[in-house]
Ligand binder design. Structure first.
Ligand code: HEC
Length: 137
């Protein structure tokens, strides 16, 4: 029982694990996420999250999706922190190109990557992150 409490307390205070939607990420979490982003995400979502260049439709296979920007020019910020972490760990139904990273990276690493992604967003975008984006801008 005692050990269990300590685990709970440690989880609660681990930086970035419970990142909050709409809040500027912790600089330490951003730093921790940068290298992970470069290793696992940048090949598709590109440096600074600018996304892949669209492939002309006459070349692309039907249904092929390019990796959208994760900076504020696309819609990653329409989702809450929890939803984005869920996408990172479980991938997307609509395309196998976005892999499920569960088993490769931990939930905490996913939250650090999210912190790095959020560092691309301005205060104005951060303030509108998640469900309230519809009424916010
Ligand atoms: C092999 C290419 C590839 C890699 C590597 C990759 N992604 Fe993706 N990602 C995609 C594609 C393709 C989509 C879906 C594009 C669409 O739906 O139009 C996507 C979608 C997403 C979305 C959904 C964004 C939204 O607005 O709904 C998030 C978040 C995301 N990726 C994060 C990541 C993170 C974080 C990593 C690294 C851990 C990563 N991706 C690695 C290809 C990739």
């Amino acid at each position: 029982m005692h050990k269990f409490n300590i685990v709970i307390i440690a989880l609660f205070f681990s930086p970035g694990l419970f990142a909050a939607t709409g809040e500027r990420p912790d600089p330490e979490a951003v730093n921790a996420g940068k290298g992970l982003y470069q290793e696992y995400c940048q090949s598709c979502h590109q440096k600074d999250g600018v996304g892949e260049k669209p492939i002309p439709s006459f070349i692309a296979r039907p249904g092929y999706l390019t990796a959208m920007p994760l900076n504020e020019t696309s819609h990653a910020w329409h989702h809450s922190d929890e939803q984005i972490i869920h996408t990172i760990l479980n991938g997307l139904q609509r395309t196998k190109r976005m892999p499920a990273w569960k088993g490769v990276i931990t939930e905490q690493q996913a939250s650090h990557i999210l912190a790095y992604i959020k560092s691309f967003w301005s205060d104005r975008i951060l303030a509108c992150q998640g469900p309230k984006h519809m009424s916010c801008m």
